[in-house]
Design a protein around this ligand. Structure first.
Ligand code: SF4
Ligand code: SF4
Length: 354
């Protein structure tokens, strides 16, 4: 009851605490606070968050997926290499490590990776389709120090979710996985995306209501990004009417758009890539501004992360205007769309100079 009366900002901070710091030890909290302070006040450029793609493999075939398309061949980063990336990210000032895919739970060493992140006093979370969230794995991930799980749900209707994911039975397994996270007291977020259609027909609102019934901590709504399967479909971008409906669904502290930094924004997310607060390392070690931006500025197998980041954050792509999604930015599309669309393999190297 008192929670409902809190000001919006406090609700957002309370959620951020639960998702990031709630399961961290006092020493980890202190260490992260030190890095956040240094990044905010002493260093002009420090990433808060690093996303690591652990594999391109996945059991689903989602209509909206961009990860499977034209990906560069190569060996997945080994456990030792992933640990090395996490250590380098920490030295740069990062506190959050998001483990991503493909489907990250397909990695046999996922528990060791989570434990390594925690040992390095980082705040690890996982983005998953939920298919492998068995009772045993959830318990082992919680024991290893995982901070939160984000489970993708595309619809409140099982048949629609399964069709969009290309995976029969996917909905029920994801829901069971969410329940197991709740039973293990592991903070759990439903991750979904807004479309003109699910805003107009009320489906997104029904999914949020389902999340509340399930007792999840939050619902993250992703904006439409013109990448992957949607690269050449600008008609899918949310229009003014859709954005107004979306604004009506955002609830500070429970429903947020894209990331918590956007929590006060009701209609447009803050682009963490252009804000120089986030970076992505692909399953084969390519460093990109974001998992949806298929431009690589170096590979962690060839150069230190600090050096690659300096080139990436000093490049002209950071000048496309903070606030807009880079992939949806008209100037960025004018320059890169044709090259990305025509490329035989992605990401393009060195900011698209190939
Ligand atoms: S679950 Fe994720 S990685 Fe797998 S196909 Fe769907 S969007 Fe792509
Ligand atoms: S480019 Fe920016 S807004 Fe777009 S998906 Fe990536 S981080 Fe989000």
């Amino acid at each position: 009851m008192i929670g409902n009366m809190l000001p919006a900002n406090l609700k957002v901070y309370r959620l951020a605490w639960r998702l990031y710091f709630g399961r961290a030890s006092p020493l980890t909290r202190l260490s992260c606070a030190g890095r956040l302070f240094r990044g905010r006040f002493l260093s002009a450029r420090a990433p808060i968050s690093t996303m690591i793609g652990l594999t391109y493999r996945c059991q689903c075939r989602c209509v909206h997926c961009g990860m499977e398309l034209k990906r560069a061949a190569g060996q997945e980063l080994t456990l030792a290499e992933v640990k090395g990336v996490i250590g380098q990210a920490r030295r740069l000032g990062a506190v959050e490590i998001t483990l991503f895919g493909g489907e990250p739970l397909l990695r046999k060493d996922i528990v060791e990776i989570v434990a390594a992140a925690r040992d390095l006093r980082m705040l690890p979370s996982i983005d998953t389709n939920g298919l492998l969230l068995t009772k045993d794995l959830v318990a082992r991930l919680a024991e290893a120090g995982l901070g939160a799980v984000k489970v993708s749900l595309d619809s409140s209707r099982p048949e629609v979710h399964d069709r969009l994911r290309g995976s029969p039975g996917c909905f029920e397994k994801a829901i069971a996985g969410i329940r197991r996270c709740r039973e293990a007291a592991l903070p759990c977020v439903i991750s979904t995306y807004a479309t003109k259609e699910n805003l107009e027909n009320g489906e997104l609102g029904r999914l949020i209501a389902r999340g509340r019934e399930l007792g999840v901590d939050a619902v993250r709504v992703l904006d439409t990004t013109l990448s992957g399967c949607f690269l050449s479909s600008p008609a899918l971008l949310l229009d003014r009417a859709a954005r107004s409906r979306l604004a009506g669904l955002i609830e500070p502290g429970f429903v947020f758009l894209e990331n918590l930094a956007s929590a006060k924004k009701l209609t447009h997310p803050v682009c963490s890539a252009v804000s120089r607060r986030y970076l992505y390392v692909s399953p084969v070690g390519d460093v990109q501004p974001c998992c949806f931006v298929p431009l690589a500025f170096g590979n962690v197998r060839e150069k230190p992360l600090r050096e690659i980041l300096s080139g990436m954050w000093g490049s002209e792509i950071m000048d496309y205007g903070a606030g807009d999604c880079l992939m949806n930015n008209p100037r960025f599309r004018e320059k890169y769309h044709a090259r990305i669309a025509a490329a035989a393999a992605l990401p393009l190297r060195e900011g698209g100079k190939q």
